[in-house]
Write a protein that binds this ligand. Structure first.
Ligand code: NDP
Length: 521
């Protein structure tokens, strides 16, 4: 049975107080000089209350603004100590508290939960060696492979600078200029772009990470969170329906199910890629637009994740929760994946902007082990001990915290020039979306995929429809042909465009006039 949603604040015996604790004798009438009279500046309770209200809204996340979160437990079910020294993974049966925040990506804080969009799947493990954040998504890949393109990409998903409307032209212009997006675009426009809720969808770490046992021994790892019962999706029409019926559908579904004791469970697994196999594997394991075939590197079960407790207060816990892929624990480290490298900076930087320099002291973000055992001091909202009377410099001979020398992360050799390097790995951007289209999607899902793309790409100008359809044709001839038909494009022209280099294809689709034919239906 759910608690009374509005329990009385029982602190201070239920007495209403100002924010500094003084009792309030009247919270209904502002002070005025006579009746009706002008209001008085001396009504400090009114000023305290109104000034705080004026500051209630904090900056929303630039991406993943709309979210829902819950607490739970991660339990180790299989021994992985030969791969990692991470303490929270050290023993079968070991349990670690987690906080998981789900989100859509592009929409604002009040946007609908059933928008076609990837979903964020961010897990904070409160381990005894500090917080470990795995900031994943519900898809195994991403649209781009270089973080320098991230602000541009997100601008195309947000609102047009003039109309303040979403812009199909911007979206498809960007995607068609970045063929590495084809894999994620195919997933996004499949039924998995509209999950039925947050509870019954998979999560992925997406990037490749390093697991190590000591300074010499490491492997590369990919994380998979498989929803028990499978990945449930909405048909596009159902998703549309829910947008109108209940824009907060997934938020409500998560809260109600946890409140009613129907706890969502994920089986957690990893793919382990031995370090020596990575350089010769057919796909670039550091390119987040690619997956690692589960046939080559099968899933190895490691644990279960169960969500079992709703936050008490949405703002304090879910809105102020802050995840950063840079939050590692000994035994886990980043890889060379450039998108991950960019995120190592960007997430923590966002929190400094959104929540301030001491966001780690907010209870939902506060590590459960010895937080603040370092020489960082002061800053806005210092609500901890701030190091107390201890020394605020290192090294010192006054008993301050010391380095822990035995956590040596493997040292990786690098050679080459410090420069902006072109992407040169020979793996193709067309192969994996082609496998997905031909071998993974069933015919009914292919039909949905085509319908969904036709609906969205049909909103862009013709030249972009041609450029993008030529790319889909390169993924798979049937894929491109069906889209050409759905969009009433001249298939021969699509095929001609598909034979050009990407540079020439872009050049050939710069001019609107040549593509301005009217659709035949
Ligand atoms: P497998 O046949 O072993 O795995 C196929 C995977 O595709 C399963 O994980 C399946 O999820 C997932 N899937 C099913 N429908 C969709 C969809 N609409 N969108 C995204 N994923 C879906 O094959 P491989 O590992 O060799 O990979 C083949 C292709 O599968 C890849 O090119 C990639 O496009 C896709 N894929 C691969 C993943 C990986 O990590 N290897 C992960 C997800 C997709 P489920 O288990 O729920 O059925």
């Amino acid at each position: 049975m759910a608690d009374d949603p509005n329990p009385l604040n029982t602190q201070n015996n239920g007495t209403l107080t100002t924010s500094t604790g003084a009792p309030v004798e009247n919270d209904s009438n502002t002070q005025t000089a006579g009746w009706p009279g002008p209001s008085l500046l001396q009504d400090v309770h009114f000023i305290d209350k109104m000034a705080h209200f004026d500051r209630e809204v904090i900056p929303e996340r630039r991406v993943h603004a709309k979210g829902a979160g819950a607490y739970g437990t991660f339990e180790v079910t299989h021994d992985v100590t030969k791969y990692t020294r991470a303490s929270f993974l050290s023993e079968v049966g070991k349990q670690t508290e987690v906080f998981l925040r789900f989100s859509t990506v592009g929409g604002e804080r009040g946007s609908a939960d059933t928008e076609r969009d990837p979903r964020g799947f961010a897990v904070k493990f409160y381990t005894e060696e500090g917080n470990y954040d795995l900031v994943g998504n519900n898809t195994p890949v991403f649209f781009i492979r270089d973080p320098l393109k991230f602000p541009d990409f997100i601008h195309t998903q947000k609102r047009d600078p003039r109309t303040n409307l979403k812009s199909p032209n911007a979206m498809w212009d960007f995607w068609s200029l970045h063929p590495e997006s084809l894999h994620q675009v195919t997933i996004l426009f499949s039924d998995r772009g509209t999950p039925a809720n947050y509870r019954e969808m998979h999560g992925f770490g997406s990037h490749t990470y390093m697991w190590y046992t000591d300074a010499e021994n490491y492997v590369w790892v990919k994380y998979h969170f498989k929803a028990r019962g499978g990945f449930k999706t909405f048909h596009a029409s159902e998703a549309e329906k829910w947008k109108a019926l209940d824009p907060d559908h997934a938020t409500r579904d998560l809260f109600d199910n946890i409140e009613n004791g129907n706890f969502p469970v994920w089986d957690v697994a990893v793919q382990i890629i031995p370090a020596e196999e990575a350089p010769t594997y057919k796909y670039d394991i550091f390119d987040v637009t690619k997956t690692i075939s589960q046939k080559d590197y099968p899933l190895i079960p490691i644990g279960t994740l169960t969500l079992n407790r709703n936050p008490e207060n949405y703002f304090a816990e879910t809105e102020q929760s802050a995840f950063a892929p840079s939050n590692f624990v000994p035994g886990i480290a980043p890889s060379f994946d450039k998108m991950l490298q960019g995120r190592l900076f960007s997430y923590a930087d966002t929190h400094r902007h959104r929540l301030g320099a001491n966001s780690h002291l907010i209870p939902v973000n506060n590590p459960k082990n010895a937080s603040g055992s370092n020489y960082q001091r002061d800053g806005a909202m210092m609500t901890g001990s701030n190091g107390g009377r201890g020394p605020n410099y290192y090294p010192n001979t006054f008993g301050g915290p010391q380095e822990k020398k035995d956590i040596s992360v493997p040292q990786l050799s690098v050679i080459g020039a410090a420069a902006r390097q072109d992407y040169t790995h020979p793996n193709s951007d067309f192969v994996q979306p082609g496998i997905l289209y031909r071998e993974v999607l069933t015919e009914d899902k292919r039909v949905q995929l085509i319908e969904n793309i036709v609906g969205a790409l049909g909103g862009a100008v013709k030249r972009l429809q041609y450029r993008q359809t030529a790319l889909f044709y390169l993924v798979d001839e049937d894929y491109g042909s069906r889209l050409a038909k759905g969009l009433n494009l001249d298939l021969n022209r699509v095929i001609e465009l598909s034979k050009l280099s990407q540079q020439d294809r872009v050049q050939a689709t710069l001019d609107d006039e040549a593509f301005r034919e009217v659709a035949s239906v």
